[in-house]
Design a protein around this ligand. Structure first.
Ligand code: COA
Length: 357
Protein backbone atom coordinates (compact mmCIF):
# COMPACT_ATOMS: atom_id res chain seq x y z
CA UNK A 1 0.00 0.00 0.00
CA UNK A 2 1.45 3.39 -1.01
CA UNK A 3 0.40 6.86 0.11
CA UNK A 4 0.09 9.95 -2.08
CA UNK A 5 -0.45 13.63 -1.41
CA UNK A 6 -3.97 14.51 -2.51
CA UNK A 7 -4.11 18.09 -1.27
CA UNK A 8 -1.88 20.89 -0.01
CA UNK A 9 -2.47 24.17 1.77
CA UNK A 10 -0.51 26.87 3.53
CA UNK A 11 -0.95 29.98 5.61
CA UNK A 12 1.52 32.78 5.08
CA UNK A 13 1.04 35.51 7.69
CA UNK A 14 0.30 38.98 6.36
CA UNK A 15 2.90 40.84 8.42
CA UNK A 16 6.00 41.47 6.31
CA UNK A 17 9.16 42.32 8.23
CA UNK A 18 11.94 43.36 5.92
CA UNK A 19 15.62 43.51 6.82
CA UNK A 20 15.37 47.31 6.86
CA UNK A 21 12.83 47.04 9.67
CA UNK A 22 15.74 45.99 11.95
CA UNK A 23 17.63 49.22 11.19
CA UNK A 24 17.22 50.62 14.69
CA UNK A 25 17.88 47.33 16.55
CA UNK A 26 20.86 47.06 18.90
CA UNK A 27 22.52 43.66 18.43
CA UNK A 28 24.60 41.89 21.09
CA UNK A 29 26.85 38.83 20.92
CA UNK A 30 26.93 35.66 23.04
CA UNK A 31 29.25 37.37 25.53
CA UNK A 32 26.52 39.98 26.03
CA UNK A 33 28.62 42.70 24.45
CA UNK A 34 27.13 45.21 22.06
CA UNK A 35 28.25 44.40 18.52
CA UNK A 36 30.22 47.44 17.51
CA UNK A 37 29.58 47.16 13.77
CA UNK A 38 26.87 49.56 12.57
CA UNK A 39 23.44 47.86 12.35
CA UNK A 40 23.14 48.72 8.64
CA UNK A 41 26.32 46.73 8.01
CA UNK A 42 25.07 43.78 10.11
CA UNK A 43 21.88 43.70 8.07
CA UNK A 44 23.78 43.84 4.80
CA UNK A 45 26.09 41.03 5.94
CA UNK A 46 23.09 39.02 7.14
CA UNK A 47 21.45 39.18 3.72
CA UNK A 48 24.73 38.28 2.06
CA UNK A 49 25.28 35.14 4.19
CA UNK A 50 21.68 33.91 4.40
CA UNK A 51 19.94 35.27 1.28
CA UNK A 52 17.01 36.38 3.46
CA UNK A 53 15.54 39.81 2.63
CA UNK A 54 12.22 39.56 4.50
CA UNK A 55 10.22 37.27 6.73
CA UNK A 56 6.59 36.98 7.89
CA UNK A 57 5.33 37.50 11.44
CA UNK A 58 1.86 36.45 12.57
CA UNK A 59 -0.45 39.22 13.74
CA UNK A 60 -1.05 39.35 17.52
CA UNK A 61 -4.48 37.74 17.23
CA UNK A 62 -3.14 34.54 15.64
CA UNK A 63 -1.45 31.57 17.28
CA UNK A 64 0.28 28.54 15.77
CA UNK A 65 -2.92 26.47 15.99
CA UNK A 66 -4.93 29.19 14.20
CA UNK A 67 -2.47 29.24 11.32
CA UNK A 68 -2.45 25.43 11.28
CA UNK A 69 -6.25 25.46 11.01
CA UNK A 70 -6.14 27.80 8.01
CA UNK A 71 -3.51 25.66 6.26
CA UNK A 72 -5.55 22.52 7.05
CA UNK A 73 -8.76 24.01 5.63
CA UNK A 74 -6.92 24.81 2.38
CA UNK A 75 -5.41 21.30 2.15
CA UNK A 76 -8.72 19.55 2.90
CA UNK A 77 -10.48 21.68 0.29
CA UNK A 78 -7.74 20.98 -2.25
CA UNK A 79 -7.93 17.22 -1.61
CA UNK A 80 -11.74 17.37 -1.69
CA UNK A 81 -11.99 14.96 1.25
CA UNK A 82 -14.68 14.90 3.91
CA UNK A 83 -12.87 15.99 7.13
CA UNK A 84 -14.86 13.35 9.06
CA UNK A 85 -13.01 10.63 7.11
CA UNK A 86 -9.54 11.70 8.28
CA UNK A 87 -7.96 8.96 10.42
CA UNK A 88 -4.95 10.81 11.80
CA UNK A 89 -4.16 14.46 12.32
CA UNK A 90 -0.50 15.08 13.04
CA UNK A 91 0.64 18.61 13.92
CA UNK A 92 4.38 19.27 13.98
CA UNK A 93 5.61 22.31 15.94
CA UNK A 94 8.16 23.06 18.63
CA UNK A 95 6.68 25.81 20.77
CA UNK A 96 2.94 25.21 21.06
CA UNK A 97 0.64 28.20 21.05
CA UNK A 98 2.77 31.11 22.22
CA UNK A 99 0.65 34.19 22.80
CA UNK A 100 2.24 37.48 21.88
CA UNK A 101 4.15 38.95 24.88
CA UNK A 102 3.38 35.89 27.09
CA UNK A 103 6.34 34.16 28.69
CA UNK A 104 4.86 30.66 28.55
CA UNK A 105 3.67 28.57 25.67
CA UNK A 106 0.66 26.26 25.67
CA UNK A 107 0.62 22.68 24.42
CA UNK A 108 -2.29 21.39 26.51
CA UNK A 109 -4.51 20.53 24.85
CA UNK A 110 -2.26 19.58 21.97
CA UNK A 111 -2.28 21.79 18.91
CA UNK A 112 -3.72 18.84 16.98
CA UNK A 113 -6.69 18.75 19.38
CA UNK A 114 -7.14 22.50 18.95
CA UNK A 115 -7.06 22.21 15.16
CA UNK A 116 -9.42 19.23 15.11
CA UNK A 117 -11.80 21.16 17.38
CA UNK A 118 -11.58 24.26 15.19
CA UNK A 119 -12.36 22.13 12.13
CA UNK A 120 -15.43 20.85 14.01
CA UNK A 121 -14.61 17.21 13.27
CA UNK A 122 -16.84 14.96 15.40
CA UNK A 123 -15.36 11.57 14.53
CA UNK A 124 -13.50 10.30 17.65
CA UNK A 125 -11.60 7.80 15.49
CA UNK A 126 -9.74 10.73 13.94
CA UNK A 127 -6.70 10.61 16.24
CA UNK A 128 -5.09 14.01 16.77
CA UNK A 129 -1.59 14.37 18.17
CA UNK A 130 1.50 16.56 18.06
CA UNK A 131 4.99 15.80 16.93
CA UNK A 132 8.12 17.53 18.23
CA UNK A 133 11.15 16.91 16.05
CA UNK A 134 12.80 20.31 15.41
CA UNK A 135 12.48 21.81 11.95
CA UNK A 136 12.21 18.33 10.32
CA UNK A 137 8.99 17.74 12.30
CA UNK A 138 6.57 18.15 9.41
CA UNK A 139 8.56 15.76 7.22
CA UNK A 140 8.73 13.31 10.11
CA UNK A 141 4.94 13.58 10.38
CA UNK A 142 4.70 12.66 6.71
CA UNK A 143 6.96 9.63 7.29
CA UNK A 144 4.83 8.59 10.28
CA UNK A 145 1.55 9.01 8.38
CA UNK A 146 2.98 7.01 5.48
CA UNK A 147 3.91 4.20 7.87
CA UNK A 148 0.36 4.09 9.28
CA UNK A 149 -1.07 3.97 5.78
CA UNK A 150 1.37 1.28 4.62
CA UNK A 151 0.40 -1.08 7.42
CA UNK A 152 -3.30 -0.39 6.89
CA UNK A 153 -3.96 1.43 10.18
CA UNK A 154 -5.01 4.63 8.40
CA UNK A 155 -6.26 5.65 4.97
CA UNK A 156 -6.27 9.45 5.23
CA UNK A 157 -3.93 11.59 7.28
CA UNK A 158 -3.62 15.33 7.65
CA UNK A 159 -0.03 16.40 8.33
CA UNK A 160 0.53 20.00 9.40
CA UNK A 161 3.58 22.06 10.32
CA UNK A 162 3.05 25.34 12.17
CA UNK A 163 5.26 27.74 14.10
CA UNK A 164 5.32 31.30 15.45
CA UNK A 165 9.07 31.67 15.85
CA UNK A 166 8.74 35.46 16.04
CA UNK A 167 7.53 34.94 19.62
CA UNK A 168 10.48 32.86 20.85
CA UNK A 169 13.44 34.70 19.36
CA UNK A 170 15.80 37.09 21.10
CA UNK A 171 15.40 40.49 19.43
CA UNK A 172 19.02 41.38 20.36
CA UNK A 173 20.53 38.35 18.60
CA UNK A 174 21.32 38.97 14.90
CA UNK A 175 20.74 35.27 14.12
CA UNK A 176 17.06 35.82 15.04
CA UNK A 177 16.61 37.58 11.70
CA UNK A 178 16.63 34.13 10.06
CA UNK A 179 13.32 33.15 11.61
CA UNK A 180 9.75 33.57 10.46
CA UNK A 181 6.16 32.38 11.09
CA UNK A 182 3.84 30.23 8.98
CA UNK A 183 1.95 26.97 8.51
CA UNK A 184 1.67 24.33 5.80
CA UNK A 185 -0.39 21.16 5.48
CA UNK A 186 -0.96 18.15 3.26
CA UNK A 187 -3.56 15.42 3.05
CA UNK A 188 -1.92 12.03 2.57
CA UNK A 189 -4.13 9.24 1.28
CA UNK A 190 -3.84 5.53 0.58
CA UNK A 191 -3.71 4.73 -3.13
CA UNK A 192 -6.87 3.18 -4.41
CA UNK A 193 -5.09 1.48 -7.33
CA UNK A 194 -3.51 -1.80 -6.21
CA UNK A 195 0.28 -2.10 -6.61
CA UNK A 196 0.61 1.60 -7.44
CA UNK A 197 4.14 2.63 -8.38
CA UNK A 198 3.85 6.24 -7.30
CA UNK A 199 3.42 8.00 -3.94
CA UNK A 200 5.94 7.95 -1.11
CA UNK A 201 8.67 5.56 -2.23
CA UNK A 202 10.86 5.62 0.86
CA UNK A 203 12.41 7.65 3.65
CA UNK A 204 15.43 8.07 5.91
CA UNK A 205 15.50 9.67 9.39
CA UNK A 206 18.31 10.20 11.88
CA UNK A 207 18.78 11.78 15.32
CA UNK A 208 22.33 12.93 16.08
CA UNK A 209 22.41 13.64 19.79
CA UNK A 210 25.79 12.39 21.01
CA UNK A 211 27.66 15.69 20.74
CA UNK A 212 25.16 17.70 18.77
CA UNK A 213 21.96 17.93 20.81
CA UNK A 214 22.69 21.47 22.05
CA UNK A 215 23.52 22.99 18.65
CA UNK A 216 20.01 24.46 18.63
CA UNK A 217 18.61 25.02 22.11
CA UNK A 218 17.04 27.55 24.46
CA UNK A 219 19.08 30.24 26.23
CA UNK A 220 18.97 33.71 27.78
CA UNK A 221 18.90 36.93 25.81
CA UNK A 222 22.24 38.32 24.67
CA UNK A 223 21.26 41.72 26.10
CA UNK A 224 22.76 42.13 29.62
CA UNK A 225 19.74 43.69 31.31
CA UNK A 226 17.14 41.38 29.83
CA UNK A 227 14.87 39.11 31.92
CA UNK A 228 15.28 35.41 32.70
CA UNK A 229 13.18 34.45 29.72
CA UNK A 230 14.64 31.77 27.46
CA UNK A 231 14.93 32.20 23.70
CA UNK A 232 15.70 30.07 20.68
CA UNK A 233 19.48 30.02 20.22
CA UNK A 234 21.77 28.31 17.80
CA UNK A 235 25.44 27.68 17.29
CA UNK A 236 25.12 28.77 13.68
CA UNK A 237 28.50 27.66 12.37
CA UNK A 238 28.14 24.21 13.99
CA UNK A 239 24.62 23.81 12.59
CA UNK A 240 25.94 24.75 9.18
CA UNK A 241 28.80 22.25 9.32
CA UNK A 242 26.57 19.53 10.74
CA UNK A 243 24.04 20.01 7.95
CA UNK A 244 26.70 19.80 5.26
CA UNK A 245 28.17 16.68 6.83
CA UNK A 246 24.93 14.74 7.28
CA UNK A 247 22.10 15.91 5.00
CA UNK A 248 23.63 15.17 1.56
CA UNK A 249 24.56 11.67 2.75
CA UNK A 250 21.03 11.06 4.10
CA UNK A 251 19.51 12.24 0.81
CA UNK A 252 21.75 9.85 -1.11
CA UNK A 253 20.95 6.98 1.29
CA UNK A 254 17.24 7.64 0.67
CA UNK A 255 17.73 7.38 -3.10
CA UNK A 256 20.03 4.35 -2.89
CA UNK A 257 17.67 2.45 -0.59
CA UNK A 258 14.90 2.89 -3.12
CA UNK A 259 16.89 2.32 -6.31
CA UNK A 260 16.43 5.87 -7.62
CA UNK A 261 19.12 7.52 -9.76
CA UNK A 262 20.02 11.15 -9.22
CA UNK A 263 19.06 12.02 -12.82
CA UNK A 264 15.48 10.96 -12.08
CA UNK A 265 15.02 13.75 -9.49
CA UNK A 266 13.02 16.72 -10.83
CA UNK A 267 12.91 18.94 -7.72
CA UNK A 268 14.40 19.01 -4.26
CA UNK A 269 12.21 20.54 -1.55
CA UNK A 270 14.77 21.37 1.09
CA UNK A 271 13.97 22.92 4.47
CA UNK A 272 14.43 26.65 3.91
CA UNK A 273 17.06 27.09 6.63
CA UNK A 274 19.12 29.70 4.84
CA UNK A 275 19.86 30.13 1.18
CA UNK A 276 23.62 29.83 1.41
CA UNK A 277 23.42 26.63 3.44
CA UNK A 278 20.74 25.08 1.22
CA UNK A 279 22.74 25.69 -1.96
CA UNK A 280 25.85 24.25 -0.27
CA UNK A 281 23.86 21.13 0.76
CA UNK A 282 22.62 20.57 -2.79
CA UNK A 283 26.11 21.07 -4.25
CA UNK A 284 27.52 18.55 -1.77
CA UNK A 285 24.70 16.13 -2.62
CA UNK A 286 25.47 16.27 -6.36
CA UNK A 287 29.18 15.94 -5.62
CA UNK A 288 28.45 12.58 -3.96
CA UNK A 289 27.53 11.47 -7.49
CA UNK A 290 30.64 13.07 -9.01
CA UNK A 291 28.61 15.97 -10.43
CA UNK A 292 30.06 19.46 -10.11
CA UNK A 293 27.02 21.23 -11.60
CA UNK A 294 23.52 21.28 -10.14
CA UNK A 295 20.56 21.45 -12.56
CA UNK A 296 19.28 25.05 -12.86
CA UNK A 297 15.72 24.51 -11.71
CA UNK A 298 16.25 21.72 -9.18
CA UNK A 299 15.93 23.80 -5.99
CA UNK A 300 12.75 25.86 -5.55
CA UNK A 301 13.25 28.47 -2.83
CA UNK A 302 11.06 31.03 -1.11
CA UNK A 303 13.35 31.91 1.79
CA UNK A 304 14.35 35.29 0.33
CA UNK A 305 10.84 36.65 0.96
CA UNK A 306 9.49 34.24 3.59
CA UNK A 307 12.45 33.46 5.88
CA UNK A 308 12.84 30.25 7.89
CA UNK A 309 9.48 29.21 9.40
CA UNK A 310 10.85 25.89 10.75
CA UNK A 311 8.36 23.01 10.27
CA UNK A 312 6.31 25.12 7.85
CA UNK A 313 8.94 25.74 5.18
CA UNK A 314 8.63 22.52 3.16
CA UNK A 315 4.82 22.16 3.08
CA UNK A 316 4.48 25.87 2.23
CA UNK A 317 7.04 25.64 -0.56
CA UNK A 318 5.52 22.43 -1.93
CA UNK A 319 2.06 24.01 -1.87
CA UNK A 320 3.33 27.05 -3.79
CA UNK A 321 5.07 24.98 -6.47
CA UNK A 322 2.25 22.46 -6.78
CA UNK A 323 -0.22 25.30 -7.36
CA UNK A 324 2.04 27.17 -9.81
CA UNK A 325 2.63 30.05 -7.39
CA UNK A 326 6.44 30.05 -7.48
CA UNK A 327 7.68 31.56 -10.75
CA UNK A 328 10.04 29.30 -12.71
CA UNK A 329 8.95 26.08 -11.02
CA UNK A 330 6.29 23.59 -12.08
CA UNK A 331 5.53 19.98 -11.28
CA UNK A 332 4.26 17.37 -13.74
CA UNK A 333 2.44 14.08 -13.14
CA UNK A 334 4.93 11.28 -12.50
CA UNK A 335 7.75 13.64 -11.42
CA UNK A 336 10.05 12.28 -8.73
CA UNK A 337 10.91 14.79 -6.02
CA UNK A 338 13.04 14.65 -2.90
CA UNK A 339 12.15 16.28 0.41
CA UNK A 340 14.87 16.81 3.03
CA UNK A 341 15.22 18.65 6.31
CA UNK A 342 17.56 19.40 9.19
CA UNK A 343 17.09 21.02 12.57
CA UNK A 344 17.01 20.92 16.35
CA UNK A 345 17.68 17.54 17.89
CA UNK A 346 19.82 17.42 15.82
CA UNK A 347 17.42 15.62 13.51
CA UNK A 348 17.57 15.08 9.78
CA UNK A 349 15.31 13.29 7.32
CA UNK A 350 14.61 12.74 3.63
CA UNK A 351 11.64 11.41 1.67
CA UNK A 352 11.48 10.34 -1.95
CA UNK A 353 8.11 10.95 -3.58
CA UNK A 354 6.68 10.21 -7.03
CA UNK A 355 3.74 12.39 -8.01
CA UNK A 356 0.61 10.55 -9.16
CA UNK A 357 0.27 10.11 -12.94
C1 COA B 1 24.30 31.81 11.45
C2 COA B 1 25.07 31.90 10.14
C3 COA B 1 24.22 32.71 9.17
C4 COA B 1 26.38 32.62 10.32
O1 COA B 1 27.09 32.54 9.12
P1 COA B 1 28.62 32.10 9.11
O2 COA B 1 29.16 32.28 7.74
O3 COA B 1 28.72 30.77 9.75
O4 COA B 1 29.19 33.18 10.07
P2 COA B 1 30.59 33.29 10.75
O5 COA B 1 30.41 33.13 12.22
O6 COA B 1 31.65 32.48 10.09
O7 COA B 1 30.85 34.79 10.43
C5 COA B 1 31.01 35.28 9.09
C6 COA B 1 30.70 36.74 9.08
O8 COA B 1 29.29 36.94 9.20
C7 COA B 1 28.98 37.71 10.34
N1 COA B 1 27.75 37.16 10.89
C8 COA B 1 27.59 35.96 11.52
N2 COA B 1 26.30 35.79 11.82
C9 COA B 1 25.63 36.87 11.38
C10 COA B 1 24.27 37.27 11.40
N3 COA B 1 23.32 36.51 11.90
N4 COA B 1 23.96 38.48 10.86
C11 COA B 1 24.89 39.26 10.32
N5 COA B 1 26.19 38.94 10.26
C12 COA B 1 26.55 37.76 10.79
C13 COA B 1 30.19 37.59 11.24
O9 COA B 1 30.35 38.73 12.06
C14 COA B 1 31.32 37.51 10.23
O10 COA B 1 31.58 38.80 9.74
P3 COA B 1 33.04 39.22 9.14
O11 COA B 1 33.25 38.37 7.93
O12 COA B 1 32.87 40.66 8.82
O13 COA B 1 34.00 38.92 10.24
C15 COA B 1 25.37 30.51 9.56
O14 COA B 1 26.27 29.87 10.42
C16 COA B 1 24.19 29.68 9.36
O15 COA B 1 23.40 29.98 8.52
N6 COA B 1 24.06 28.57 10.13
C17 COA B 1 22.95 27.67 10.02
C18 COA B 1 21.78 28.32 10.66
C19 COA B 1 20.50 27.62 10.38
O16 COA B 1 20.21 27.26 9.28
N7 COA B 1 19.72 27.46 11.42
C20 COA B 1 18.44 26.90 11.33
C21 COA B 1 18.50 25.44 11.30
S1 COA B 1 16.88 24.87 11.23
Amino acid sequence: MRAFISGTGSFIPAGIRSNQDFATTEFYNEQKERIKVHTAEIIEKFQQITGIAARRYATDDLNASDMATQAAIAAIRDAAVDPETIDQMIVAHNFGDTHQHACQSEAVPSLASRVKGALRIRNPDCVAYDLLFGCPGWLQGLIQADAYIRVGLARKCLVIGTETLSRVIDPYDRDSMIYSDGAGAVVLEAQTAPAATNGILGAVSQSHTYGESQYISMGPSYRPSASNRQYLKMQGRKVYEFALRTVPAAMKACLDKNGIEINEIRKIFLHQANEKMDVAIIKAFYQLYGKQQIPDDILPMNIRELGNSSVATIPTLFDMVRKGRLPGHTLCPGDIVLFASVGAGMNINAVIYKLPN
